[in-house]
Design a protein around this ligand. Structure first.
Ligand SMILES: [Zn+2]
Length: 149
């Protein structure tokens, strides 16, 4: 069953409504709207849910559970990009697992963390923890690849 949640957005005297497919989507929508309009002096977002009743908010800080998670931007960081470039220009471009290279086998290569960044964040920028892998090996498809010479 689809339960539409209709949110009423009000800035001063002006109203508009927007329907969401679920309460959690509605709450995330409200968070974004309140954040975007946080400098407005007279602002309100409200909705009624058959399950949880009436809700009314004036600040996104009332909805901290709906705050979007910060984007993990490690791979966009200058530190990573320059280290990655350094690895790719200083080492042979050969996959550490299957031995294929862009020049000979036409594979794309990537710089991979040997010990995963999720478990060893302190080694994220350690050159000795980095290796060059081809796209397939980096995504765990290595079993299907017959090593080439
Ligand atoms: Zn490979």
């Amino acid at each position: 069953m689809e339960c539409l949640i209709e949110v009423r957005y009000r800035i001063g005297q002006s109203n508009r409504t927007k329907a969401y497919k679920s309460e959690i989507r509605a709450r995330k929508g409200i968070w974004k709207w309140l954040k975007k309009n946080e400098l407005e002096p007279d602002i309100n977002a409200s909705y009624f849910s058959p399950e949880t009743g009436h809700h009314s908010y004036q600040s996104h800080e009332q909805l901290t559970d709906c705050e979007p998670k910060p984007v993990n931007n490690f791979y966009l960081s200058q530190a990573w990009r320059s280290l990655r470039h350094q690895i790719l220009t200083s080492r042979p471009k050969v996959c550490a697992i299957c031995g294929r290279s862009p020049e000979i086998h036409g594979v794309a290569v990537e710089v991979d963390h040997i010990l995963p960044r999720s478990k060893y964040p302190e080694l994220a920028l350690e050159p000795n923890n980095l290796q060059i892998l081809c796209y397939d090996c980096n995504r765990g498809k290595r079993d299907k690849i017959v090593p080439q010479t």
